[in-house]
Design a protein around this ligand. Sequence first.
Ligand code: SAM
Length: 363
Amino acid sequence: MPRYALLVLPATNRVYAEASVDLTRAELGVFSESVLGGRITDVAEETLGGVPYVTFGVAEPLGARDVAYLSLLSSAYALFELRELGELRGEGGDAEAAGPLLSPVTLTPLDQFDDDLLTIQKYVGKTNEFFTKLLLNVTVLASESAGELLDRRLRILDPLCGRGTTLNQVLMYGWDAAGIEIDGKDVEAYSGFLRTWLKRKRLKHQAELTPIRRDRKVLGRRFHVTLAADKAAYKSGDALDLTVVNADTRRARDFFRSGSFDAIVTDAPYGVQHGSRSGAPGELSRSPLDLLSAALPGWVDLLRPGGALGVSWNTHVARREDAAAALTAAGLRVCDDPAYLGFRHRVDQAILRDVLVATKPRD
Ligand SMILES: C[S@@+](CC[C@H](N)C(=O)[O-])C[C@H]1O[C@@H](n2cnc3c(N)ncnc32)[C@H](O)[C@@H]1O
């Protein structure tokens, strides 16, 4: 059986401490079940030449499409096919001592832009960009759009978008992004960052921040951008669309069309540095559950049938069972396949983060 070795991005060790290999294994498990026909087996951690790898077997060699999927893994740095050294024996080499041969497999990520789109912004409360990519991946992989993610432009909402880490990753994939954020300073900081970045990269775009009015009342503000990786794409009307609404996410339905998102991906307030504004205006609640329960009906409405919602939160302030019950109460089907149970990890002393993914059934 062909075997492969995945070299995990060194930076993820810093982010997840000891958990980076476990999270890679869990994410690999979701890719396997969703788009690789469950063909990945014998996932293990192995040290080769003194460097740790995540190794796995596949019934048949990976094809170009399989490699394209695995290239999206949030921690993928390099992929190798493991070859036995039988052919080197007899040439005087000490094959046993040297271990297997690593034959490079070229990764083919979807990335449309330079990765500093995700790394430049640094601020308290930012969701780490590797984790954000993982959450986006495992959510889309649970949705009916999983088989099309290499071929079609998806539309993704982050209804608690902060300064846009999810939105930037969605753009990196060449998809349309939308966000909702209650904090005006975050929306302004994100709009400032993105405009500067687009200018500096000389990317063709249009950007505006305008009030949203209805019945002569101002409901919030909208930051709207169209952009493309090259001029030709922009001219031919193939520009990507990004919308951020500065408003309360519990009013999500006021701003977007029902059934218009393939997936909803969000990192809920941790109840630590940020409160979740789910009570009276200005009142801070320690539990993201109150906010989730209040916002979920609107979010679920915006999700297309067959779409998926992925949320991460701090288990110190809300138990997994309670968060899952909130998703179920909103009409979603929680993914409890073993592949989706391996994402709990420590962020710092105050935060033990977990992930829940649920799908919107077609009725
Ligand atoms: C964990 S942070 C998300 C950070 C984001 N992923 C990033 O990397 O910038 C949660 C966000 O939810 C926002 N938030 C809390 N309550 C909200 C509400 N009722 N409506 C909209 N946004 C809200 C907070 O202001 C905060 O920016």
